[in-house]
Design a protein around this ligand. Structure first.
Ligand SMILES: [Zn+2]
Ligand SMILES: [Zn+2]
Length: 346
């Protein structure tokens, strides 16, 4: 084994700096010196759900960029010094229909998660990117295209691809009318990507206060979800509504603004939802969801972002301030993603 340093959970809101073990490199592994790791809503959930007494150690972090420091003998796509990015999946079965279709995120035997997952070869629990080094199978590392800022690119690997896949799968392009509900980590990237794809893009927010931000991100308009007159006037308008609201909420007002044969894609809240069938029937509307991304679309998304100058709006903090970042994220006090700088772990 090799050792590195990272931030391990000691409670729902506390982490301590500690030594971690990483596996010795397998033939198809890379060692990555992590430079930047984004802080995702899933990290909050993982910390909340983690039980110190019975669960394996928890080191969160699943959207990071860094530099290759070592390669296994079978690795051909990367060399030492390459900039790479890693998201929330680090392995999959490779043979099921989903893997064959390039949708490793939907692997029938469940993809191996970057942290809290079970390694497919040695059964160990994976430890995440809030650390200085990660050892990853080469297939699940992505070259970071030139021109992407490594700190601002880190959130593309979870938040970015989570909104990219549905935008692409739902055929968003020039002429599409897209609405993005919720302007946080996912939402702000959805706006930038939808605009770059050529869609007329509207932010739906509970407050007009975000109007300036929405327009600065490239949105064409902001719709106030508390203004029933505005919402009624926008009935049957959007081909795609990307719903990134992270708390449970009534879907009916959002379905109302979906155009005929359009889709409400639920990305932020993944718990049970209640839907009136009539809200789908009137206008033949569809409700869908998505999350994470396959290898093909992750690579495609990174190139699209590099070509279009898209990255997350980030607030970079030294990794020692991880608890502050998590606490502020819990209170939605970030525009729009925290990224931890891991250089203080040396
Ligand atoms: Zn995430
Ligand atoms: Zn599979």
């Amino acid at each position: 084994m090799r050792t590195t340093t990272g931030w391990q959970a000691t409670g729902p809101t506390t982490l301590r700096r500690t030594l971690l073990e990483r596996r010795d490199l397998r033939p198809d592994d890379l060692a990555v010196r992590i430079e930047h790791c984004g802080v995702c809503h899933s990290d909050l959930h993982a910390l909340n759900d983690h039980d110190q007494r019975v669960d394996a150690p928890l080191v969160p972090g699943h959207e990071f960029t860094g530099v290759v420091t070592e390669t296994g003998p079978e690795v051909t796509a990367f060399t030492v010094g390459d900039r790479v990015a890693v998201g929330n999946i680090v392995d999959s079965c490779g043979v099921c229909a989903m893997c064959a279709a390039g949708q490793e995120n939907f692997c029938h035997s469940f993809p191996t998660l970057t942290y809290g997952g079970t390694d497919r070869r040695d059964g160990s629990t994976t430890l995440g990117g809030f650390s200085r080094e990660y050892v990853v199978r080469d297939r699940f590392a992505y070259p970071l295209p030139a021109g992407l800022d490594p700190a601002a690119a880190a959130p593309l690997l979870c938040a970015g691809v989570t909104v990219w896949e549905p935008l692409r799968a739902l055929g968003v392009g020039p002429g599409s009318r897209v609405a993005v509900a919720g302007l946080g980590g996912l939402g702000h990237l959805a706006v930038k990507m939808a605009v770059a794809l050529g869609a007329t893009t509207t932010v739906i927010s509970r407050t007009q206060e975000k109007r300036d931000d929405a327009l600065r991100l490239g949105a064409h308009d902001l719709l106030d979800s508390t203004d029933t007159r505005q919402m009624a006037a926008t009935r049957d308008t959007f081909d795609v509504v990307i719903d990134t609201i992270s708390a449970s909420h009534d879907l009916a007002p959002y379905l109302k603004v979906v155009a005929m044969d359009g889709t409400l894609s639920l990305l932020g809240y993944l718990g049970p939802v209640t839907v009136e069938a009539m809200d789908l029937l009137v206008g033949r509307k569809k409700l869908s969801s998505a999350g994470s991304g396959g290898r093909r679309s992750t690579a495609e998304m990174l190139q699209f972002c590099a070509d279009n100058g898209i990255a997350a709006d980030v607030e970079v903090l030294p990794s020692a301030q991880v608890e502050t970042a998590l606490d502020r994220l819990r209170r939605n006090d970030v525009r729009y993603r925290f990224v931890l700088d891991m250089s203080d772990l040396d």
